[in-house]
Design a binder for this molecule. Structure first.
Ligand code: HMG
Ligand code: MG
Length: 286
């Protein structure tokens, strides 16, 4: 039987958060609803972060209220602190499956830029979020940014990523997504980083999150597949970026990841035709 690769669609969050022109709730919901019919099981739809920091995500409560939930799809939201958790609790719709994502950086420079605090403080602030989510029966995912390079601190040693992974896993044994935030990684460096993290975390709990700035995201995914990683984040139409990481456009495109993994004989359960239509819709939002 063909092996399964899990694709985590992050376009409506990571993709759209970086778009300078405000995109209306209706257009976001149309994209999310179309993605929901594709066979994707994970769609990240927004963030409960400061609207001053990321204005594009300020309407996430309305997105949750208006999207048409699909059975079997988990809708993800970023939550950095208890203020964000309270926002999520106020906005969530009963009966819908959600996942909250907490996020830290492997480098201090990006932690300051993205969260306005040190790595250690960011972990302190997200810990009660994880506990609240566990108590409420909501799934949690942890992101680590800058797993190969930081826009402020330069190359990030694999041990720093392994340390960050251990810090999150000390909070709770959550699955982790490893972000090459500025797309500078190479297959060799991604391999070294993964080997260090895999000494701390079972590979089945790891996902790769590659931005395609350097045009190597697919090569990096191949390197991760070689080490047994079977979950990847991507954004339809290659939307994406992080407003606090200069030089971080474009998540790897979902359609390109599907072509790669299907070509290698993996299954994803995702209908490529629907993703192609969603990619066209996403490109129209730029
Ligand atoms: P701060 O200014 O240090 O926070 O920001 P604060 O606690 O001093 O609060 C300042 C103001 O923000 C207060 O409001 C708070 O109430 C409010 P005021 O009194 O000034 O009116 N506030 C909030 N409002 C709404 N929701 C909240 C919230 N928290 C505080 N949750 C903070 C700290 C974490 C809020 C800020 O730095 C922030 O929002 N950062 C988020 C940045 C972000 O979303 N970045 C993009 C996502 S990460 C990413 O893209 C990487 C990833 O894709 C993986 C990869 O590629 O590597 C995941
Ligand atoms: Mg990202």
């Amino acid at each position: 039987m063909a092996e399964f690769v899990r694709i985590h669609e992050v376009g409506p969050r990571d993709g759209l958060q970086n778009e300078p022109g405000l995109i209306g709730v209706d257009r976001k919901v149309a994209l999310i609803d179309l993605l929901g019919t594709s066979g994707l099981r994970d769609i990240e739809v927004g963030s409960f972060v400061s609207p001053k920091w990321v204005p594009q995500m300020a309407d996430t409560d309305q997105v949750l209220a208006r999207l048409h939930p699909v059975e079997g799809v988990r809708y993800g939201v970023l939550v950095p602190n208890m203020r964000g958790w309270d926002g999520f609790i106020a906005a969530r719709v009963p009966g819908v499956t959600y996942e909250v994502a907490v996020f830290i950086s492997a480098s201090e420079g990006f932690s300051q830029s993205n969260l306005n605090c040190s790595i250690a403080t960011s972990v302190e602030r997200l810990s009660p979020v994880v506990q609240a989510a566990q108590a409420a029966g909501v799934g949690v995912r942890g992101y680590i940014s800058c797993v190969t390079d930081c826009p402020f601190d330069g190359a990030v040693p694999p041990e720093a990523v392994a340390r960050a992974a251990a810090m999150l896993r000390d909070v709770a044994p959550m699955p982790l997504s490893l972000g090459d935030t500025i797309g500078k990684g190479t297959p060799a460096r991604v391999t070294a980083m993964l080997e260090a993290v895999m000494a701390e975390v079972p590979v089945g709990d790891l996902a790769g999150h590659f931005h395609d700035t350097g045009g190597r995201a697919l090569a990096n995914i191949s390197a991760a597949l070689d080490l047994g990683v079977r979950a990847f984040d991507s954004a339809v139409g290659g939307l994406g970026g992080c407003p606090y990481a200069p030089g971080a456009p474009g998540n790897v495109a979902t359609e390109a990841v599907l072509e790669l993994v299907h070509g290698l004989g993996f299954t994803t359960g995702i209908d490529v035709d629907v993703i192609d239509r969603a990619a066209e819709m996403a490109r129209g939002m730029r």
